[in-house]
Design a protein around this ligand. Structure first.
Ligand SMILES: [Zn+2]
Length: 232
């Protein structure tokens, strides 16, 4: 083989490798921050769900001030509702002033439904779900994100398993423990390959760990900062 031919083959292979390397998305990595707070990323887009909230609100999980500073630039912030253990106007304002970003939730649901137009291979379906607080109904949404074909359900605070019970083929469902309990009581089957149990109260962490430690498809989110990777 001549030197040039070798060189041609080499550069052809190199091109192939780099093209594949750049065109293929990375896996979806999801970090549990605390309560229902998640950071989802494919290495390009950064999506925060129910974060930043107010640290320690209603006795739920606290987070270090430092975590706010670690929020990525130009991120997308999605909220299920505006209770302080899910949302902090003050913290979000501070973060967006420094880092930019876009905020979505109960007040701009129509814009949220169009989010797929600006993120690669991404779609979001919204579901108005029930959430009462001391007997008062509160505007609340649950979401189904489809990203690179992976279906990720975000239940939020709703207590009613009816909506999630109607959704097929969920890859990863984020639900509070009460959804699991209520679904069982009401004989509602949830079609999910894997569950992330979030919004645990600090006092429930130990028992959740004990209950679900050995269950393959249920992951109690007890350790703030722990990550789930969805392989593409
Ligand atoms: Zn709430």
């Amino acid at each position: 083989m001549t030197k040039t031919r070798k060189k041609t083959i080499f550069s052809f292979l190199f091109c192939l490798v780099t093209t594949v390397g750049f065109s293929q998305a990375q896996d979806i990595q999801i970090e549990f921050i605390g309560n229902c707070g998640l950071h989802m990323t494919d290495g390009k887009s950064n999506i925060y769900v129910d974060f930043p909230y107010k640290s320690g609100a209603y006795g739920y999980m606290e987070f270090d001030e430092k975590r706010l500073g670690e929020i990525e630039k130009d991120a997308i912030f999605i909220f299920t509702h505006k209770h302080a253990d899910h949302y902090s106007k003050k913290n979000l304002k501070k973060v967006m002033k420094e880092k930019g970003g876009q905020k979505f939730g109960v007040s701009n649901i129509a814009a949220l439904e169009k989010l797929g137009e600006s993120i690669e291979d991404f779609g979001i379906e919204v579901f108005k779900t029930k959430h009462t607080f001391f007997g008062i109904p509160f505007r609340h949404y649950s979401y189904l994100i489809t990203w690179y074909g992976k279906r990720i359900y975000l239940s939020g605070d709703t207590t009613n398993p009816e909506t999630i019970g109607k959704i097929e083929n969920i890859d990863l469902a984020f639900v509070p423990y009460w959804i699991v309990v209520n679904a069982k009581e009401q004989s509602v089957e949830i079609d999910a390959k894997m569950f992330g149990i979030y919004h645990l109260h600090p006092e429930q962490v130990a028992s959740a760990k004990e209950n679900w430690e050995d269950v393959d498809n249920i992951r109690p989110l007890v350790e703030q900062g722990e990550k789930i990777v969805l392989k593409l």
